[in-house]
Design a protein around this ligand. Structure first.
Ligand code: URA
Length: 245
């Protein structure tokens, strides 16, 4: 029987990402054998210790599941919303396992969202060092010019620092609007909206179309499907080295 850090166990059990699991521990919501644990790095033996979160026992899942959801606008990417808004859980009525989102899309952003009960998968895909690319289509006000595109490609100064180089191109121009494809590998809060806003081209609609090489295909808005094994492996193998899996 081997020991495992408590926040890692919670992540592997699909409770939350490692970072959020640390917050749950710090907030005093996690008990081991009936005792509250708030110490970071606390270790448990999964086969031996009884771990509960908010009173519910934590079990390591037998099977790991991976879902691809085409998120509609008007849903929050959390499991519960204090303001009572609709959440992504409302879109997964037939999924028996408890899953958590891999990263986040804003309430008003639509498109590709992954969900899983595999904490290691979430960690691998959301950790900035893995540089996984996320591609967005943004309908913006006005038509960005060449200098705007160059700035997106070289980095934009935001309140939380300069952005890493992005791929950017104009897909279509309309009267007073344009459709921009933007590919980034960071995951800052409202990053795409802030980058385009900083250039004077506020986002009117935003959709995530790809993570790594995985696209939405024919999946309709509001629908989900299970990922195939090779798709999961492709995402895990897809990184800064340019491998496409
Ligand atoms: N960037 C944003 O601004 N919003 C999202 O939902 C995702 C990326």
């Amino acid at each position: 029987m081997s020991e495992i850090r408590l926040h890692k166990l919670l992540a592997e059990a699909g409770i939350a990402s490692r970072r959020t699991s640390e917050k749950l521990i710090a907030a005093g919501k996690v008990y081991v054998n009936g005792q509250k644990v708030t110490k970071m790095g606390f270790k448990v033996i999964p086969e031996h210790d009884v771990v509960t979160v908010e009173g519910k026992p934590v079990k390591l899942p037998a099977t790991k599941i991976y879902l691809l959801l085409n998120k509609p606008r008007g849903f929050v990417t959390t499991l519960k919303d204090p303001q009572g808004r609709r959440t992504i859980v409302d879109l997964l009525p037939d999924v028996p396992e408890r899953v958590h989102p891999v990263g986040r899309l804003d309430y008003d952003t639509e498109g590709l969202l992954l969900l899983t009960n595999d904490g290691q998968f979430t960690y691998a895909l959301t950790h900035p060092k893995h540089l996984i690319e996320k591609t967005y289509l943004a309908l913006v006000k006005g038509v960005p010019d060449h200098a705007d595109l160059q700035q997106l490609r070289s980095g934009i100064m935001l309140a939380d620092g300069i952005t890493a180089p992005a791929k950017a191109r104009i897909v279509r121009k309309f009267k007073g609007m344009a459709l921009i494809e933007l590919t980034i590998h960071e995951g800052r809060n409202r990053q795409v909206r802030r980058m385009l806003e900083a250039l004077g081209h506020p986002v009117l609609r935003l959709k995530r179309t790809k993570i790594g090489n995985l696209g939405l295909g024919k999946l309709r808005v509001g629908q989900y499907r299970y990922l195939e094994r090779k798709e999961v492996e492709g995402l895990l193998g897809y990184g800064s080295n340019g491998a496409t899996g």
